[in-house]
Design a protein around this ligand. Sequence first.
Ligand code: GLC
Ligand code: CA
Length: 530
Amino acid sequence: MLIQKYKDFLRLVIYQIYPRSFKDTNDDGIGDLPGIIEKLDYIKSLGANAIWLCPCYKSPNDDNGYDIADYRDIMDEFGTMDDMKRLIAEMHARDMKLIMDLVPNHTSTAHAWFQESRKGRDNPYSDFYYWFDEPPNDWESCFRGSAWAFDEMRGQYYLHSYAITQADLNWNNPAVVKVMQDVVDFWVDMGVDGFRVDVIDQISKDFEGGRNCFGPRLHEFIHALFGREKTAHLFTVGECWVDDIEEMRRHCAADRNELSTLFQFDHMECGRAEKFTPKKDSLRTVRDVLIRWQDKTAEHDLLHSLFSDNHDQPPLISRVADDGEKRYESATCLAAMFYLLKGVPFIYQGQEFGLTAAHYDSIDCFDDIESINIYAELCQSMSAVAALEKINFGSRDNARHPMAWNAGKGGGFSDAEPWISLHSRQSKINLENDMMSERSVFRFYQKLLKLRREQDAFLDGSFEVISGPEEECFIFTRTLGQEQWAVVCNFAQETVIELPFDGEVVLSNQGRIDVSGIYQEYECAVIRVH
Ligand code: GLC
Ligand code: CA
């Protein structure tokens, strides 16, 4: 049985915003906070009641805001603290919750803490970061190259698990724990309702075990942030690449008072051999991962998170389904597969109108630091054309193009030249086109989220799989007391599916009436079981 707090969290439907690319209101080509305020009614009309806002703090923007220079101020390009206060007030007036992105593992080297720390060893901030005379190991940065950089001023090396301008904080220093608690409290006092916590597993390093994550004090630190009286009510989701249920339990079992839930990324590996290399997978592989985590989290009374896309991943639809002719069917089928399971749904901006991966002919169309570094590296061992194909496949920019509100020149995002190219399919795949279409992904999402809202079986109901592992479909039920619902998702072309019960089709992406019979490829149906 989930504890009451977690049951309440199941009512959240969280819309993820990448602020730089959402909506520009002052014609500088960069999305901003007033742009988000302008679109709150839109987000609400979709059926979301919360927003996860990617970092909007003061930052030199080397990693698009994940390099924070001041945790208590807003990035100039995004607006002011007053805009932020207005955003919170406007959201609360609409009964919406704001989940901020907290980046506790590293700061920008432009942060005052780092600027002080590099001055020398007899400074109050001297131990805020990891300083060594020589690199103590051969750790690599996630963005390529050594994770150790030499700082001329201090005459020592510091650790940066990401870009060279993102220095890892030394959490073993109690003063670091304290300042980060203060940051959390500052935002709680401002009225935010929760946090998505960036690379949480890295705040304690396992120097002995040779990895910059899952160190011995990890849980002590998470508890220090979120297990306090002031923070225990918050909704918190940690970004954490766990593949093991015990590991997840240690982070978010109710009695641990750490995080509410995690993003685990098993299903994100579907459709690729590694981040930049495709692999032929079908929705079956996604289904199997989803089933595994539904079962495991239920067994351990853990709150699960449900997502297929985010700002670090090319849309899943392009890897495991048909993002061409059957884009509508694929997008809606994926929505039914993910968001009618048990857990907290996260919808990434654009997903609600069937956003796909993009494709470009030049590396100049890319902005992401990871993509650019890896492209340079790949070019040493393959042709530029082959390297670009890989970047096109796996780049994080796939999810970072300006929101395509309409087919117009700036896509309805901005009247100015946007900071990054418009999506290569923007003139076709955009919200306005989608809404005008009879087969609207947006309207399907609306109906699906309404069902979730109105039928408690989709929240706390038990989950059971009906389809067999060899079958090219995913059929499951959600049951609460006398209420039972079934969800059918078909992956193969024209298949006859005979269901062992009768019922009424309440939602379908094909205008379906009979519960059993021929299902088309990527057809899905939500059925009230009689
Ligand atoms: C997380 C973020 C990603 C960022 C990295 C470093 O993985 O989602 O966008 O680059 O952490 O902060
Ligand atoms: Ca702007």
